[in-house]
Design a protein around this ligand. Structure first.
Ligand SMILES: CSC[C@@H](O)[C@@H](O)C(=O)COP(=O)(O)O
Ligand SMILES: [Zn+2]
Length: 208
């Protein structure tokens, strides 16, 4: 199998898994994986139902996000976020999803500009192993203009792995590999769900 075919299959597997969690509501979400050395990456085609598996799910783009081969497919509308992450880090994969939980958390903590988690075992999935490790997820405004959104997003790209919430839009995570990006995504969504359930329980117990 060629390197490209292997990467296609890896990204398709990630897409299948995330689809199994119903994390691509209303055609939302975009995923990419980098082809080592070349600067090119495979990215989801724009506007597709990402729950479906087809031969046209991904296209190859160059480091500027332009199609690297003849195609009628359009790369994701948010390709610029992916190019920005790849240009500033050694990330190998970028994943973006919209969930009710990540949207509600982004709204609850949006005015603070970040949500901070501490004292959760699952923080280790993000590569922080100290007992008092903190996971800080920045929250930025959802600029409709993608270059403006990317500019604000870029202030939060400090490492080869990371996560940023876009308010009332979704989360974008990246990691050195597809597996690392998926682990960070799952850890974040776990923590978002935990926070919402805990707050609901607290509200309930203060009422009774
Ligand atoms: C229908 S969701 C809105 C989209 O603009 C976007 O936020 C998204 O996640 C999917 O866009 P896409 O161009 O398919 O990658
Ligand atoms: Zn989106």
């Amino acid at each position: 199998m060629s390197e490209l075919a292997a990467l296609w299959s890896e990204l398709a597997d990630i897409k299948d898994e995330l689809a199994g969690r119903d994390w691509f509501m209303g055609t939302s979400g975009n995923l990419s994986i980098k082809v080592a050395q070349s600067g090119n990456f495979l990215i989801t085609a724009s506007g597709k139902d990402k729950r479906k598996k087809t031969n046209e799910d991904f296209l190859l783009v160059d480091a500027n996000g332009n199609p690297a081969e003849e195609t009628y497919l359009r790369p994701s509308a948010e390709t610029l976020l992916h190019t920005e992450i790849y240009s500033r880090t050694a990330a190998g994969s970028v994943l973006h999803i919209h969930t009710v939980e990540n949207n509600v958390i982004s709204e609850l903590f949006g005015d603070a500009g970040k949500v901070v988690f501490k004292g959760h075992e699952i923080i280790k999935a993000t590569g922080r192993w100290e007992e008092d490790a903190e996971l800080v997820v920045p929250i930025i405004y959802n600029h409709a203009d993608i270059p403006t959104l990317t500019d604000e997003f870029s202030h939060h790209i400090h490492d080869d792995a990371g996560a940023v919430l876009i308010r009332n839009h979704g989360i974008t995570v990246w990691g050195k590999t597809g597996l690392e990006a998926k682990k960070i995504l799952e850890a974040c969504e776990f923590l978002f769900q935990y926070t919402l359930v805990l707050n609901q329980q607290k509200a309930f117990t203060t009422k009774v």
